[in-house]
Design a protein around this ligand. Structure first.
Ligand code: C2E
Ligand code: CA
Ligand code: CA
Ligand code: CA
Length: 274
């Protein structure tokens, strides 16, 4: 009887809520993708730590739900991944990013790619096709992948990455230092950039060993000729440390949150007339 009860306990009201939430998100996201309503892409500037120039922007999906208001990517991306909608969403973000990138000839635009997208057949060809159709330049597009993508030896992921890099795209390793990272893959794949996860940046100065980890990542990156970007920079103190440690670029609320494309354009205009 005790057994039975604990087995039934999984159907709690909360659980039901979660399942319902997922289902609603799935249905509503499918609809948003079909109608193009409520979905937007925001662009967060990436700054050179040397001269302070804006060198690029990261495209981040935004969803204004008709009833629920803004839904965070941390809520809808996992649902999109579980349902396969990430393929459509990813294509859409890439198309948007590619379209606006032509307005900013001096910047690169980074686009996040989910490991799930790499599992769909002909993925690299599709990315190349989308960028070609938009009249975009692959050399201006940076593709952000997580380390788990490189560890997935099956399913042609690695071939897809090679093909994309061969077509001129830059590849950045996102959230570097988290997850099931193993440095073993780094010498086997050509990437252009590593992005130090914001958990390290934000642990700086809190008596943790984050400073040592960041310095080690920077020297590893530079030894391999990679650009090193720090994420989640919120304070001048963090920025100063990262600059001294030799990080090339930073991204974070200290400089700017993610902006609309028009806001990016006017920010660039203001800075160039300064
Ligand atoms: P990410 O790729 O690591 O993106 C950086 C996240 O950190 C963004 O959250 C950004 O708004 C946030 N961020 C930037 N600067 C700061 C800072 O100084 N402090 C703090 N606390 N946070 C900062 P966002 O937009 O909520 O996105 C969360 C995650 O969702 C992204 O993490 C990425 O993994 C995923 N994501 C967003 N858009 C897409 C997309 O189009 N496709 C895919 N596959 N994933 C996406
Ligand atoms: Ca990213
Ligand atoms: Ca990241
Ligand atoms: Ca992340």
């Amino acid at each position: 009887k005790g057994e039975g009860r604990s087995r039934y306990r999984i159907f709690t009201p909360e659980m039901d809520e979660t399942v319902n939430f997922r289902k609603t998100i799935e249905d509503d996201l499918r609809e948003a993708l079909a109608t193009g309503k409520g979905l937007e892409v925001a662009y967060q500037p990436q700054i050179a730590l040397g001269g302070g120039d804006i060198v690029g922007v990261e495209a981040l999906a935004r969803w204004r739900h008709p009833e629920r208001g803004c839904i965070q990517p941390s809520q809808f991306i996992p649902v999109a991944e579980q349902t396969g909608l990430i393929n459509q969403l990813g294509d859409w973000v890439l198309r948007e990013a590619c379209g606006v990138s032509r307005r900013w000839p001096d910047l690169f635009v980074s686009v996040n790619l989910s490991p799930v997208q790499f599992r769909s057949k002909g993925f690299a060809e599709r990315v190349i096709g989308i960028v070609g159709d938009c009249g975009g330049d692959p050399r201006k597009i940076e593709l952000e992948v997580t380390e788990s993508v490189l560890l997935d030896e099956e399913g042609g992921t690695v071939d897809a990455l090679r093909m994309l890099r061969g077509a001129g795209f830059r590849i950045a390793l996102d959230d570097f230092g988290t997850g099931y990272s193993s440095l073993g893959y780094l010498h086997r794949f050509d990437v252009d950039k590593i992005k130090i996860d914001r958990s390290f940046t934000q642990s700086l100065g809190q008596g943790s060993k984050a400073a040592a980890v960041i310095k080690a990542i920077v020297s590893l990156g530079h030894a391999m000729d990679l650009t090193v970007t720090a994420e989640g920079v919120e304070t001048e103190i963090q920025k100063k440390f990262l600059h001294t440690a030799g990080c090339n670029e930073m991204q974070g609320y200290l400089f700017s949150r993610a902006l609309s494309a028009d806001q990016v354009t006017s920010l660039l205009g203001r800075r160039s007339s300064m």
